[in-house]
Design a protein around this ligand. Structure first.
Ligand SMILES: Nc1nc2c(c(=O)[nH]1)N[C@H]1C(S)=C(S)[C@@H](COP(=O)(O)O)O[C@H]1N2
Ligand SMILES: [Mo]
Length: 366
């Protein structure tokens, strides 16, 4: 079986997204393995670097609509029952926007080609539910809000001038046993950029829900209306819709081709195309591949079903008849019967979030 040529072994490294040194995408080849190495796992921060946290004095505070307010050290958290699973993270700004649309789209992940604002990692921590149960949630609880230790002026135009990274979850997702307070990523303590010493992991939901550098947990008796909750990470329902916004939660059904990687030169002959597919909390049931720009489709084989909340890996044989330029595509369907759309679903929106369209993947065969 043929493999693609990549030239001399390239040094893989994170790619700045032109967002002022705040954020980095993983290189396309980092998405070829089941688990994304931590040093190649994307970084999406609203302010540059990571807040400094003194581990000796660090306490996670839990308060609000609870009978028993808590102040927990890392040692206390680590003495509770551990959870461990893989979870795929995707920033809702992941995925190139088609040329015709890119010019009008205001995305903070400017000029990223490829799909590297995502990755799959193994996380270890405790169930958030165990901590909330210890605090005894009161009868008026509606949502749980997570306060990060990072703050400053908002990155886009500096307005608001001072805001903290805070997000909330509905009770149902907050109390789901798989929603985790994690201190370990891929067998190591969290790195500063990924939220040391403690972050939330909201498996199956877009990345912005998983608050890093957790300072406090607030159980609320009303819906949270903070800036990063209601002014960001939403999509317009349509130019004339009655309801204006949908707030993104679970990751939409999506797939990517990871081999050949962009820029690989592929030889004529038999080739195995491979990639990943995921769909939030749902299972992937089908992946189809086209090697002729969407004219005809062939079913791909699932080679690794999801582990916990990881992506599903797949491959598909490609008998390449001749040299030339080919347009490959992959299209996933989940167990609810939802299939990736052929076009960007929120064209009118201007932000580019939640793009789960079938992408074109250009390949040069030599
Ligand atoms: N405190 C805090 N948490 C945060 C963010 C942030 O800027 N501050 N960024 C969010 C976004 S938009 C994403 S996509 C994920 C990225 O996680 P990672 O940088 O570990 O890949 O973290 C989320 N949690
Ligand atoms: Mo994100």
């Amino acid at each position: 079986m043929a493999t693609s040529q990549t030239g001399p072994q390239e040094e893989l490294q994170l790619i700045p997204t032109n967002a002022g040194g705040r954020s980095f995408a993983g290189p396309p080849k980092a998405l070829q393995s089941q688990v994304t190495p931590t040093d190649l796992f994307y970084v999406r921060n609203h302010w540059k670097g990571a807040p400094e946290i003194d581990i000796e004095s660090y306490r996670l505070s839990v308060g609000g609509e609870v009978a028993q307010a808590l102040s927990l050290s890392m040692d206390e958290l680590k003495s509770m029952q551990h959870r461990r699973y893989q979870a795929t993270f995707e920033c809702c700004g992941n995925g190139p926007i088609p040329e015709y649309w890119a010019k009008q789209t205001r995305s903070v992940m400017e000029k990223v080609t490829g799909h590297g604002i995502m990755g799959n990692a193994e996380w270890v921590g405790v169930s958030l539910a165990d901590v909330l149960n210890m605090a005894e949630i009161g009868p008026n609880a509606v949502e749980v809000m997570f306060e990060g230790a990072d703050h400053g002026p908002d990155e886009v135009v500096g307005d608001p001038e001072e805001v903290t990274y805070e997000r909330s979850l509905p009770m149902e997702k907050a109390l789901h046993p798989d929603t985790m307070l994690a201190w370990e990523m891929n067998g190591e303590p969290l790195t500063p950029l990924h939220g040391y010493p403690l972050r939330l992991v909201v498996p199956g939901w877009y990345g912005m829900c998983s608050v890093k550098w957790l300072a406090a947990i607030h159980v609320l008796d009303e819906e949270f209306k903070g800036f990063y909750q209601i002014e960001r990470y939403r999509v317009m329902n349509g130019p004339d819709a009655d309801e204006f916004y949908t707030y993104l939660t679970g990751m939409r059904v999506k797939s990517i081709i990871t081999d050949p990687a962009p820029g690989d030169l592929v030889p004529v002959g038999d080739y195995v195309v491979s990639g990943a597919a995921w769909s939030g909390e749902s299972d992937i049931t089908r992946i189809e591949v086209s090697t002729d720009g969407g004219e005809t489709w062939t079913d791909a084989r699932i080679t690794a079903p999801r582990s916990g909340y990881s992506w599903t890996r797949w491959e598909c044989d490609w008998a390449i008849p001749a040299a030339g330029n080919y347009v490959l595509m992959s299209r996933a369907t989940n167990d609810k019967g939802e299939t990736q759309p052929m076009e960007f679903p929120n064209k009118w929106d201007g932000m580019g979030y939640g793009n789960n369209m079938v992408f074109r993947h250009d390949v040069e065969v030599v």
